[in-house]
Each structure stands twice: as C-alpha cells, then as structure tokens.
Design a protein around this ligand. Structure first.
Ligand code: FES
Length: 628
C-alpha cells in the first residue's frame, strides 16, 4: 500500500466512493465522491494529539469490537495515507460547549469541521474491480453458540487477539476471564460447503490454510496449548501448503474428522463442551475446551450489488462477480474494459489475488496502449424509422449497449457498437423489427429455415443451436463418432437469445414437425444471461401454441454445453422418437392455424398502418409479421 501511495503514476483516492460510471471500453467517465474526513490530508502528520483529547469512545471496528476508538482516529496502524479521520456520526461537534477539543490541540490546524464532500470526475480507459469480500456472520448457526457464549469467537476475532497490533498486543486470552486458554478447538467450514438453509454451498478456499497457520502461531506462542481442529476435509492444495499442514500435525495439533452437532457452556467455569461425531472412528464423543474458534467462510461484499449496477456486471449463483470465460478470460468481465482482481470474482488467498491483480493490470495495459480496439463484427444496429422508443431493447441488453429509447424525450434506441457483443437478444425481443444483427439478419434466418424445410419437411427436426455451446456440443458428438439420427437441420445462432419467436413459428408454418431451441447452460452463456430471455420467450411460445391448439411439446428447449456430445446425441435420439409420433394431419393443421393467425396479425397491422403515416425504411421486407 505504501508503494501505491508513493507511486508517481498512481492517484490513490481513499475514503471515497464511486457514484457513477458511464461510457464504455477505453472511454469511461467515473464520478467519485471523496468524503469529507474533516482533517486536512496535506497538513496532518499523524501526531495523535487530537485522539488523546477526544472524549468519545465507540467500539473499534478494526479490532472487531474488542477495544474502543475515538471519534477522531487512525482507521488502522498501516493506513495509507497515514492521516487521521473524524467520524462525523460519532463526533460531538465544534460547538465549544459540546466539544471542539481536537481542533484546540492541533498545532497544525488541520481540523476543518466545515469540510464538504467533493465530487471528482475521471476519464479512464479501463476499470479494475477489486472490491474484496466480507466474512460469513455465524449468528444464524446457533448450534455453535456464537450469540450465547463469549468464548466462542470467529477466526477474524482470533486474528485480532493474536496480533501484536491487536487490543491485547498479541497476548492471546479468552474473553470471559482474560486467561490464556489451554484447550482450543477450531471448527472448519462455518458457513461454507453447507447444503442446509443456512450458510453457502461453495468452499471458501482460504479457511483450511488459515486454521493451519493459526494453529502453528498458537503452538509457537504457547507450546503447551492443546489444539483440535474439527473438519470435513483439509484442502491444502497450494504450493507449500501440504508441508505446512504436516508441520502443524507434527507440532501436536489434532485433526478430527467430524463437525460438532452442538456446543454447551458450563456456566460456572465458562468451559465449552462439544458433541462431535468422529466420522473416521464412527463414534460420538464429548470434548471439553476453554475456547472455540469458528473458521468462518468468505461471502461476496454485502454492497456488491451497487457495483454490479454501476458497471453492468453479472453474478454467478454464489453472488460473486462472473468472469467473461472461466478458462479463456478469467480476469475479464463480460463488459468490455472491466477486469477483476481478488475476491470480487471468487474467494482466493493472497497469492492468487496478487496473481490475478497482476493479470488484470497487464490486461488493462494492453488496452490502454492500443490506438484502436477490435469490436465484434456481429453487432446490433437500429432502424430508427421503425423504432417506437418502447425501451424493451434497453432492458434486455445484457451489456447495457443500447441507450436512448425514450418516447417522452423523443429519443430512438442507439446502439453503442463498442459495447455490443452481438448476442442478438434485442433483435429477437423487438416487436417492431427495428433492431437487426449485422450479418445475421432476420431475412437470412428465414431463408435458412425455408431451405431446411424445402424437401421432406416431415422427416426433419429444425434445430436452433447457439454457436458457443450447443453447436460445439454437436461438433463433439460428431468428432466422438457417436451414433444419432441424421434428421436434424441445424441453424446456428451466436446465442440462443437470438432465436426470435418468429423463427420458431415460421418453421412450424413451413411444416416442421419438431423444433428444438438449444443453448448454453445458465451461467455459461457467453453473453452474460441472454439465455434467460430465451427461456422466457420459449415459455411464451409454449403458451401461444397451446392457445392455438398446437401441442407445445413439439417445441423443445435444451441446454447443451460444448462438452456434452453425449447429451446432444441422446437428445437427438429422443427428438427423433417424438418426430415419428407427429402425423401429417397434425402438421397440416398447425400450418393452417399459424397461417390464419399470421394473416390476422398482418391485417391488424395494416389497419393500424392506414391510420398512421409510416416513414420509409431501408430495411428489407422479409414477408412475416413483426410480433408473435
Ligand atoms: Fe450459448 Fe448464449 S451463448 S446460450
């Protein structure tokens, strides 16, 4: 941090919050609120005289509430810049009757009670999200007694108690009697790898090695301490970690495979009794300890949704930010020009965080040193003369690449090409055909559908497959020489989000017995969550087909990944069985019903048109109605 603070090319804004981010890759505008710290950063030399006279005492957040701090304080000993800060919520104020003592003793006159927040605007080319993480709050796991017993503490609280800069200056004592505990238990996976209603299902990655390190620290400071670690598995897979684990065992730390079911306290001695099922010995035993440390897991920052909104990011199901691709672009956010470092993306230790931060810095450097950036060839474009400013495209775009579209302000949709990745969701969702994908226009898809159903449509399965997963899954099935029927006719879309309802209805109207829409599994879609719109669209289509008396089962939706060649082959076999059950009469009836429905919609549209003057458009006429 010191190096960062001193670096001539780095502007460090501490005690500041990003309020707004606009623009796009290479051209972001960031609005930052620099909060008033009521102490002049340039004048303060951290002499500490103000702190000495401040009469206020509140719980010190940094020391986990084990000690107090003043209203004017240094946030933590290594804070950069090394400058005091006045918390206006805690301060009694400058009124001489109330207080103002800090200002009186400050020889440098750096305390300014009238200081105001400052808003600054920055032009930046790239943004690195390094917002860190929070720790799991074990209050909901009441069987461990965290809310009831003072001698049950968390691993974060342990860190403060054993730290030389902590409230006890590194003398490890138990909270109730301030004596050095002789018997200490660590309970692993508190809030992690849980499949019950409380806690999180993922592994927090860092807790095992943190406990191994803590056990060695204790053995180093107090060699006679009896230490037991209760665990499910010890995950010591990093460089040198297995050695550390073995050292801890050799130092006498007991590792017991099993987690306590309950903890009870002896009210007289404040000692703790743990009831544990030892899953190796297959027995249930009681253990007595002076102190219990809950090795709490890592959770996403509690305020990460605000950052998500500012930068149009996505989250995975566990709540951490989603990277562009887990193997090929692990540092990049799907939003161009945004990168991740550290636990914002997933729990990781210091070494991995530094590695990812270096990678993010390098990725940003590449961007900043380019005179030009390559954008996708397949992007969306807006036919403004057809745009009604309804704003649907703005809502559905996973990349926030469409602006404007405000009927009140008379603004039409505008596609920011540098941000558009070409998923096609906007084109599929637009009810007025105002948005089109370059090189993948509706008319081109309609031609492909027509061609695929030109000969023997009854012997055909029409398949829409997304480029990145399902199409690759089909490829894998072929490369693996898997046997499956050859009746499928694949129409490739970049994303399943591009599959317009019109394409599906057109295929049925042309005589398709079965239609399959296929894409990546949720959270694997290469366009953030565009496939969620696919699902919604297909659900609407099922309703419509049912309304028209068409069996909805004839339209199938399957998520098939690039690695699921087997699933592709199996799905094709199942669809082939379904295809054989569809009769000629059923298909003809479907064609008739859909033709009538389309003609009705066209007549309605024409009637509406005759009442309105429609401006001329250069968009090619594809001969189908705009909306399902
Ligand atoms: Fe496959 Fe979006 S890229 S569904």
């Amino acid at each position: 941090m010191m190096d960062v603070g001193r670096h001539p090319n780095i502007n460090l804004y501490t005690y500041s919050e990003v309020e707004d981010v606009s623009g796009y890759i290479g051209n972001f505008k960031v609005k930052v609120r620099r909060k008033a710290r009521y102490v002049d950063e340039d004048l303060c030399n951290a002499c500490g005289e103000c702190e000495k006279v401040c009469p206020v005492a509140v719980a010190d957040e940094f020391q986990q509430g084990f000690s107090s701090r003043k209203a004017i304080y240094m946030p933590f000993p290594q804070a950069v810049p090394s400058v005091y800060i006045l918390n206006d919520g805690d301060c009694l104020g400058n009124n001489p009757i109330a207080c103002g003592k800090c200002a009186d003793v400050c020889e440098k006159e750096c305390i300014d009670f009238d200081m105001k927040d400052e808003i600054i605007e920055l032009d930046v080319g790239a943004v690195i999200v390094a917002t860190g993480m929070d720790v799991y709050d074990p209050t909901e796991m009441d069987e461990y007694g965290y809310t009831q017993y003072e001698n049950v503490i968390t691993s974060m609280e342990f860190e403060r108690l054993i730290s030389a800069g902590g409230p006890t200056e590194g003398h490890f004592i138990r909270p109730t009697d301030h004596k050095v505990p002789k018997r200490i238990a660590f309970i692993q996976c508190v809030g992690s790898r849980s499949h019950s209603e409380v806690g999180n299902p993922y592994c927090s990655n860092i807790c095992c090695m943190n406990t191994v390190k803590d056990s060695l620290l204790l053995k180093d400071h107090y060699p006679d301490t009896e230490i037991s670690v209760f665990y499910m598995d010890i995950r010591a897979f990093g460089k040198g970690f297995e050695d550390l684990y073995i050292r801890s065992k050799k130092a006498g730390v007991q590792y017991i495979r099993g987690l306590p079911g309950e903890i009870f306290e002896d009210p007289k001695t404040n000692d703790l009794k743990l009831i544990v099922e030892d899953t190796v010995a297959n027995t249930v035993k009681d253990y007595d300890f002076d102190l219990v440390v809950l090795s709490v897991g890592v959770i996403p920052r509690r305020d990460s949704s605000a950052v998500q909104k500012l930068l149009t990011l996505s989250k995975t199901e566990d709540g951490f930010f989603m990277e562009s691709h887990p193997k090929l672009k692990p540092v990049d956010a799907p939003t161009g020009g945004v990168f991740f470092a550290g636990c914002a993306e997933f729990p990781k230790d210091v070494k991995d965080s530094v590695t990812q931060a270096s990678a993010a810095a390098a990725r940003s450097e590449v961007l900043l040193n380019s005179d030009m950036i390559n954008i996708e060839a397949i992007t969306s474009e807006c036919y403004t003369d057809l745009c009604t400013s309804c704003g649907i495209c703005v809502n559905v775009c996973p990349f926030n690449a469409i602006r404007g579209a405000d009927a009140k302000a008379g603004l039409k949709a505008e596609v920011i090409e540098a941000m558009c990745k070409g998923c096609g969701t906007c084109a599929a969702e637009c009810n007025f055909d105002a948005l089109a994908m370059k090189h993948f226009e509706d008319s081109q898809y309609i031609s492909q559908i027509d061609a695929s159903l030109e000969k023997n449509p009854m012997d055909t399965i029409t398949v829409f497959a997304c480029n990145w997963c399902s199409y690759a899954g089909a490829d894998l099935a072929g490369l693996s020489r898997l046997q499956y029927p050859t009746t499928q006719r694949i129409i490739r879309t970049m994303c399943s989000g591009r599959v317009d309802s019109e394409f599906v209805l057109h295929a049925f109207e042309k005589g398709a017995p079965i239609v399959l829409v296929s894409g990546c599994h949720f959270a694997d879609c290469h366009y953030i969550d565009a496939n969620r719109w696919t699902q919604k669209r297909v659900e609407k289509l099922w309703d419509k087909l049912e309304r028209l008396g068409i069996r909805p089962e004839r339209l199938q939706l399957e998520w098939i990944s690039a690695a699921e060649g087997q699933k592709w082959a199996r799905t094709m076999k199942e669809l082939e069985e379904m295809r054989k059950e569809v009769t000629k009469e059923e298909v003809e009836q479907t064609m008739k019903v859909l033709k009538e429905d389309r003609e009705k919609a066209e007549a309605k549209k024409a009637k509406k048109k005759s009442k309105t003057v429609i401006p001329k458009t250069d968009k090619p006429d594809i001969g189908i109605s705009p909306s399902a």
